[in-house]
Write a new protein. Sequence first.
Length: 468
Amino acid sequence: MGSKFMERHREKQEIFELLDGFLNPKSVAVVGATPDFKKGGYALVANLLGYCGDRLYPVNPKYKEICGTPCYPSVEELPEVVDLAILFVPAREVPELITKCGRKGVSRVMIQSAGFAETGEQGKKLQERCLAEARCLGIRIWGPNCMGAVNGRTRMVASFMRPHVWEEILRPGDVSVIVQSGMASAGFLMQVMSEGYFGLSKACSIGNRSDINECDLLDYFAWDPDTAVVAMYLESVSDPPRFRKAVENLGKPLLLLRGGISRGGAMAALSHTGSLAGNVGVAEGFFRQLGILRAYDFLELMDLTKALSAWKGKKGGKRVAVVTFSGAAGIVASDHLENCGMALAELSPITMNKLQEVFPPWMEPSNPVDIWPAIERRGRQRAYQESLGALVQDPGVEAVHVHMYVDRPLLEGSWELLGPLFSWQGRAALWLIGDTRCFRELREKVEPMGIPVYGEIQRGIRALSLSS
């Protein structure tokens, strides 16, 4: 028993050290570097320069220096054996470069070039040739046809995203992302960062995943103390038995958007990353068995991931209290609750009595809690704070969905209205309506307090319905 435990522990340690060299490399070579600022080979060097310093090595026989850093004619002439070699060259040149990396002693190669299995039979053969050569030399491959990796904690950007795109908006956090794609991962990441959906721990674009795949990364994230939530986009599962074990051992919320669940989508996936999506019904049953949380488009994946990151392990439930300023909005919220398998919580007599203290005598409180008459009687601050204060003490309330109108005059102090929710151990989500120019400012105050904000009622309620 002890020897098996030690063996499993050693295997986990090995995969952690392997992936850490991709996600936390101390030294990096960029093969295909260029001083042309319009090209990816320039962006890779510019992105990594601040992270690696003098242990970043551009490689291109045409140049003496790039971005003020010495450029080397070949991998063999590098002054040290680097932790990671990134290849950004035409696909036909990759097999020979893998051989040169092996001769140098490099054990990790990230191929960001396209032109492999996603292009058809010839590309597939080229990809298989690269992998066979790498295995002979003891090299692990990330990619090909990918956008690389980003470490939000260390600001390591091993990707050909343009530097000005991410430098001011990359925010560290506890979410790690796995995307089986190239350009979609860049667009997804850009929207996450620019909109401030959540802070980033790691972002991994694995492309054709000829070697390193989602199972490796899930094993890594299980050990990674900086990862609390994992979000994935996959077109197929590379190794179902191993995937099952990786998910079961993850111990952290896992969200999945799967492409290729229609016949047309499956064919598109084959020409995109060389993946065959397989039997949709079997796959969906497999994901349900594993308790994987599902999203069905990229925006929903961002919405749900944001919520789980904001709640930081807080548990929810099906009994929801809705606090609204509008009877119509309360009705719409009730409909969405039922559609998502939840229901309006039955409020206790104690809660009803507390609510009655802020409501006018002529109105009996109910759920949805329409506080507009209470606002007119007691003012906005008392109406929200006392209503929420009563609801969070009700043992029958497992989640709260709050509605708020906001404009410039009302923005000041709006976040304080939610005070009773900040220390509550249940889940809460906020729907905003009004002047959208004010939303970002309020969101930046509220979401760090554990309350995700949405611009549509349905999106927040879908988040509250998450079981994990």
